[in-house]
Structures are given as C-alpha cells and as structure tokens.
Ligand binder design. Sequence first.
Ligand SMILES: [Zn+2]
Ligand SMILES: [Zn+2]
Length: 505
Amino acid sequence: MATYKLAVIIENQSKDGDFLLHTQTPPPKFDDKEYDSYLDPDLWDLPSAELTPLDQTRVPIRAGGDIDLRLFDVDSALEKVLEQVGCGSGEKWKWDFRKYVEEASFGPGPPVNTAFVVVKMAPDGRSFPDFCMWMCFESCMKWLLDAEPGSGRIGPLVVVGYLNDLKQAPKWKMPPTLRFQEYPPGVVVAPMGSRTLKPFTTTNLVVFAPGHDAVGDLGAVECIATGEALILDPGCCSKYHKELEQVIASLPRKLIVFVTHHHHDHVDGLSVVQKFNPDAILLAHENTMRRIGKGDWSRSYTPVSGGEVISIGGRKLNVISALGHTDGHMGLYDLKTHSLIVGDHCVGQGSAVLDSKSGGNMSDYFETTYRFLDIAPSVLIPMHGRLNLWPKNMLCGYLKNRRHREASILKAIEGGAQTLFDITSRAYADVDKKLWIPASSNVKLHVEHLAQQNKLPPEFSMQKYLQSCGVWFYLQWLWAYLGPKKVAGVTMAGIAASSVLYKSL
Ligand SMILES: [Zn+2]
Ligand SMILES: [Zn+2]
C-alpha cells in the first residue's frame, strides 16, 4: 500500500513564472559538537502535506495510474500546506490538478505517491515568513546545475513535479514499464529487482544522459573516458534484463558503464550491456574486476582507483576512492549537480554491511566517510533505497553508529567475550538474531580496527578469536537461532546455505 502526499505549486499572479518554495525541516541534530559542526545547506522545495484517503477501503487510483482526488481529504491537506507558508487561517483557495507521480519502488517502505496541484496567489500586501521564497524556472535550474557546493539547494518535488516538465525532453527514453526518478535534472535513478539483501529488493540503476544540459566546459582536463551516456551498477536479476536491454538500446552508443563494486546485485546485468552494446567502455577498480566473472564481462576494461575524470556529453564526473565496503569500492561525483553516487557505502535506510571476505576494512570505511563529508555533496545516491537529501547528517549518523558499535564490541570483549559469536551476540543483543550473520562481518572488521589501534585488552587471545570465526560461528548461531532441539536436525546443508547468505553481502 502506498502513502500519498499533496504538493502545491503556488503560482505568483503578479509575476508570471514565479512560484513559492519554502525551506524543508532538516533532520534532528546529534547533540554532539563534532557531528553538529557539519551542516547541510538549506533545501528549498514545494510545500507539501500528507494526503489521506477519505475512505481507506476504496482504491483511490484509477486504472492507468490516474488519481481520483475526490476520494481524498484535499481540503485538510491544502490547509496544512498553506499554513506552512503563512496563508492558512480559514481562507478558501481554488486549486487545479497538475499531475500525479507514483514513486519508484525504492523500498524498503511503501512508495510515497504525490499529487501536484496549482494554486494561484497574488502576493501583494501579504507577508510571507522568512523561510519562503519566490523562484522561477531559470533560477531553480541555475541553483541545481551551476551552484557552488554548500549553497542553497532545490528539492525533488519541484524538480519532479514542475521543472522536469519545462525543460527540454531528453532524446532517449526509459521503458514505460520501468519507474524511475529524475533528480537532479539529468540524473535518472531506477530501482530494478535484484538479488540483494533484505530489507531491500532492488538495486538502483543510475543513468546519466545529460543531453541539452551538457556544456563543453571541460577545458584542458584530461579524461580517462569520454561518452554521451553513463550507467552505473547494472545489477538487476534476469527477470528484468529485458527492461535493461531497452534502456541500453535507447541510450547513445557512446556509453560508459561504471560499477561501484563486484557484488552480484551490482553486476548481474553487465552481460546484457556487453551483448547489446559491445562498444560500451567498462570502468571499475582492478580488485572489483578480479572478482567479476568472464560470463558477466569478457571484454577489456579501464581500471580506476579514484581521482580520475570522466566526461559525459561534456559534463564532468570525478571518480572517488570509496574503499571500506570492499577493497575495490568506488564512488562517482557529478560536479555539475553535486550528486555523489555512494554505491553500498550508505543505504537508503539502516546501516551498510561491510564485506570482510572481499577486503572490507573499517579504517578505510571511516576515511571514505570523511572524504564524502569533505566533498559536501548536495545529494547522496545509494544503490539501495531512496536518495538522501541531508548528506552530512546521514554521513555523521553513519560515523556515530559505527563508533557506537565499536564501543559496544570493545565493551563485550572487556567483559570477557572471546569468540566471534560471543562478541556479536553481546554487541548486537538489540538486533534480531537473524541479522547476526551479516552483523558478524562488521564485528570482524571492528575487531581488526580495534587491534590496529592497540585498543584490545592484553588478555584477549587473537588466536582463539580467529579460530572461532569460521564454521564454529555458524554452529553457535544456529544453536541460538533455532534452539537446541532443531539444531540436531539441521545438516551441514543448512550451514552451507547460511554461508551463501554471508558471502552475498
Ligand atoms: Zn555490496
Ligand atoms: Zn548492494
């Protein structure tokens, strides 16, 4: 079941083309000097409010994806929206329906679908709160495409509901069956079904085909690869390969493919790209490429390790070293829109799991997180889940969470835990036992990190701990998860299955 939102385009009757934006409420602070010193700049977007159906039992969406607003409490939602901009107080406003946008299935929660309506307002004599501002198409696009990092930002509602319709349509088209979001302009994110880990079911395919937005402003910069379009992480499973094929067929032939890392939920569609565009240039770290099978990609590739520049239709993107999740993990930064594609370093919800079997490393992870903070992106694009509009807040949240886990792991060790299972079960006592297997990958890397920093107590035996990390961990986990009676009936096949889950992280 989807949830609904009403977004209001308040048009200025006295100045053609102007509409009202207001600043969005940032997420709560951390109450910690270090993290609170990183502040995301203001985010300006259309005012919006939750839209509730009048009768929960009736489906408010007509066949063909149209919304029937008569089935919603539009009056209350509109009143809430207008109160936000200081115009509530019982005034009656006439509204016109503009469009209905169903959100792509980013997950893990239900999609938030948005109805956009237009209200015309004469601002003369009215006073608007400080956090409201009249903007026009041109100034919004300038903020989106020419802003300095750290300056005010324009949010996705105004882009998806308004600006994208006014700008020139790109020459290529996404297949009609594939839902996607274009934000910022020129950056298309399409969640596609993949063999990924719960709670997610999709991997975001990111497509850059800037078309008319592109300007040849590269000057003398040396580029490692030049193309007219770029796709990142074609990781959909075979069920969605037809749609991926349609995307590839629609994009310009001069295509660059970038994979953030080797996990199969990021490369499962590579063979489709190779088959339908054999001229495509693949960019990946050499540690990533070592783990990608010939069945996925048999042609040559261009190695990257961070610091390289890619040109897509004249638009410049920087390859960013993003080690930590694996030892070949790379990010990509679009200098025009300040969008940072973070691969699996962050996920839309919850925290990321590092792959201890593929060179995952906690100090690299911290280093990458600080590198991302220094870049000060306007938006983070993870490969699982929604885009994040408060990058500094999210990255500091990750730092805080990792430090908190590391502290509880050290506490468990100081309290006598010697084996991987004992440490995991104590440090993750607040987490469902089901998740202790993926969590144990992070625990291993935290223990390594503690050892590097010489923080482990002298009585902790590294040898004993390392011996506890293999099958012994899975047996203890099965015992705790299923209970002693059931464990007796579980064969090694069960252990092997859980190892597969573990390896897929
Ligand atoms: Zn991954
Ligand atoms: Zn992934």
